[in-house]
Design a protein around this ligand. Sequence first.
Ligand code: S3P
Length: 436
Amino acid sequence: MPSFSATTITPGRRLQGRLHVPGDKSISHRYAMLAALAEGRSTLTQFAPGADCQSTIACLRQLGVDVQEGPPGTVTVLGRGLGRLRSSSQPLDAGNSGTTMRLLAGILAGHAFRSTLTGDDSLSRRPMRRVIDPLGRMGARIESDDGRPPLTVHGAALHGIDYQPEVPSAQVKTAVVLAGLHAEGVTSVVEPAPTRDHTERAIVAFGGRVACDGLRMSVPGGQRLSSQSLSVPGDFSSAAFWLVAAAALPGSRIAVDDVGLNPSRTALLGVLRRFGARVEVEVTGDEAGEPRGTITVEADRAGTLHIGPEEVPGLIDELPAIGALAAHGGEVTVHGAAELRVKESDRIAALVAGFRALGINADEHPDGFIVQGPAAGAARPRRPHGGTADACGDHRMAMAFAIAALAAEAPSTILGADAVAISYPGFFDILDRLVV
Ligand code: S3P
């Protein structure tokens, strides 16, 4: 549904403060689904508050899982056991959430009934063959609209496969592995490049078995998962916007507490150091194999960054924020990131169009973009003029434009700003608090 909400961003000189970010979205989806497949009552705290994880909860409820919410951030899931979900007579609405649709497709492939998965306009445009093909090879049949949602999953008795996805995708890996938990024999995925490994860690946390060897991971079918009490660390990809803003605006210092530090998610920290920021990390704990701690970033200088294909999988959700870095100074070039075109929006086209509307120098490549900030060496660097940027219904676009718009010389408007509720409700209130 098109959004008509708009938010005004006033230029900001620097960011200062200490904060927590909402619980990790990727981990919350996985914990909720594994809790549904486990035996017994799981309690999940600091569960991601955004609309995406609400879509997962709503779908699980429709599949017969008792999910209770409250106090805020706490979700209690009464697991039904592996392969024991109940069929839903109504379509399961994944909303805007690709993770909900792809991961649930994996689970439903192993349930011998028919389910339909739908989504909003954005999700309905996203590619699903990447899960349809491997789940089909395992024995399920999935109908689609020429490889796009809605998906009708005809679950079946599955058998394990050895699968090599063409694109590095944690969602694809996870869909196959979740199906593998329901399959006979061993299911293996060999990734073309490492992606976030929350699924591997979460299955172990729920008492399951996973074997990992380099880019190969394998799960035996027919396991039993046991209920757990787990707290979700803060979402690194949400923290990324503050870390980038702190790195971009001279005189800034931001500390984010209790944020996830899983090394498959934190490549941005190295990128910020390369750009010229001071970055400190203090590990304060580890729960369910997920390290967490405090990240502090201080701006120092603006540099020139080249991000190539080998770095992209580790930065996939942070690339819009990285674009916003250069809006303030320096230069960022990204290549090998064609996957950005099939996210919640075409993030290459949307980012470049939005930045240009704000007066920031930006250009598209087929597989990336370049953003050039006000020339650092110039006697009087010209700040972007500001303007109106359309988030194209994409939460990460709305947040990237907000950080970029701080660099402008006049207030800017972000259309569709309410998209932030997908992963970060309250983002703009925190921005107000941090800008000084
Ligand atoms: C996710 C994996 C990534 C990421 C998405 C969340 C996950 O998608 O962009 O926001 O939770 O597994 P892909 O698997 O499509 O790269």
